[in-house]
Write a protein that binds this ligand. Structure first.
Ligand code: BEZ
Ligand code: FE
Length: 287
C-alpha cells in the first residue's frame, strides 16, 4: 500500500494554484503537476536517478547561448516540437504542410534579389531553387518574404562554422514578385547529424538512437493576412527519410531535386558544371 503522501501530494500542490489570477496559467500548472506526479509515481526514481534528471536539465540550460539552443533540440528529439506543430498548423485546404523550425534559424537574414546566389563561401554542388507563393485557392501572393537556410556539402550550417564561411551563408530572405515568384542559386544540402556534443547527444546514445536528419532545405514564408509557414523540402531518396532524429518528415514535403548536366539553366544562365533544381509552389493558409 503506497503511503498517504504519495497519493495526497498532487491535490495539495494543485490546491495552491486556485488563487491564480490567470486561468490559463492555472490550467497549465494543474496539468503539469498531475502529469509530472503520475510520471514520478510510474517511474519511481531513486534519489540518485532524480539527481541525474536535475543534472541533465541543468546541463541542457547551460549549453544554450545565442547560437546553440539545447532545449529546442530536446523538444525536437522527444517529438514535442512536431506535436505542437501538428496542433497549431492543420492544413484543411491544401496548404503546404509545416515542420520543425530547428535551432539554426537566424532572425532577419540578409535580403537578396531573386536570382541571386546566396551560398556565400559555402561549398557544394550548385542548386537552383525556384517557385511561387500562392494562397490556398491558387492566387499568387506578391511581396511575400521567403527565408531560406540549409547545410553545406559537409552537413554544417553557417552558424556552426563562422570561422570557415566568414559570416552568414546558405541563407537569405527573398521577396516574391507580382506573380508570386521567387528564385535563387545556392548549393545542395546533405544529411547531417544534429549536434551531439551536449546532453541531448548523450541522451540519444543512451536511447540507442542515431542523430541524423535527412537532407533538406528550410523555408519560412510569410505575408500579411497569411499564417507564417515554417517548413522544409526534403531530398527524395535520402536514406534518413524514415528515421529523422526529430520526426520532421512528412510525405508531401519530399521532393525530387533533379540533376542536370552543364548547360543552359532555367534562369537562362549557362552553367559550367552540373547542377540540381528544386521547384516548389508554397500554398499559405489564411491568418
Ligand atoms: C534543422 O533542421 O536545422 C534541425 C532541426 C531540429 C534539430 C536540429 C536541427
Ligand atoms: Fe536543418
Amino acid at each position: 500500500m503506497a503511503n498517504s503522501i504519495e497519493q495526497s501530494i498532487t491535490d495539495a500542490v494543485i490546491a495552491r494554484f486556485h488563487e491564480s489570477p490567470n486561468p490559463r496559467m492555472r490550467q497549465v500548472s494543474e496539468a503539469l503537476v498531475r502529469h509530472l506526479h503520475n510520471f514520478v509515481r510510474e517511474v519511481r526514481p531513486t534519489q540518485d536517478e532524480w539527481g541525474v534528471a536535475i543534472d541533465f536539465l541543468t546541463k541542457t540550460g547551460q549549453m544554450c547561448d545565442d547560437v546553440r539552443q539545447e532545449f529546442i533540440l530536446l523538444s525536437d528529439t522527444l517529438g514535442v516540437s512536431m506535436l505542437v506543430d501538428a496542433i497549431n498548423n492543420t492544413c484543411e485546404h491544401g496548404e503546404t504542410e509545416s515542420t520543425v523550425l530547428g535551432p539554426f534559424y537566424v532572425q532577419n537574414p540578409t535580403e537578396y534579389p531573386n536570382g541571386a546566389n546566396i551560398a556565400g563561401k559555402m561549398k557544394g554542388q550548385p542548386l537552383y531553387i525556384s517557385g511561387r507563393v500562392l494562397s490556398a485557392d491558387g492566387k499568387p501572393v506578391a511581396n511575400a518574404a521567403v527565408d531560406i537556410w540549409h547545410s553545406d556539402e559537409a552537413g554544417f550550417y553557417d552558424v556552426q562554422q563562422m570561422d570557415v564561411v566568414g559570416g552568414l551563408a546558405g541563407r537569405a530572405r527573398l521577396h516574391t514578385d507580382g506573380e508570386g515568384r521567387f528564385s535563387c542559386w545556392t548549393i545542395e544540402p546533405i544529411e547531417y547529424p544534429i549536434p551531439t556534443d551536449g546532453p541531448v547527444g548523450k541522451m540519444l546514445t543512451e536511447q540507442g538512437r542515431h542523430p541524423w536528419r535527412p537532407a533538406h532545405v528550410h523555408f519560412m514564408v510569410g505575408a500579411p493576412g497569411y499564417r507564417t509557414l515554417v517548413t522544409h523540402l526534403f531530398v527524395k531518396g535520402n536514406k534518413y527519410l524514415d528515421s529523422d532524429a526529430v520526426f520532421g518528415v512528412k510525405e508531401a514535403l519530399i521532393r525530387e531535386f533533379p540533376k542536370h548536366p552543364p548547360g543552359k539553366a532555367p534562369d537562362g544562365s549557362v552553367q559550367a558544371q552540373a547542377y540540381s533544381t528544386l521547384d516548389y509552389d508554397f500554398k499559405l493558409a489564411k491568418a
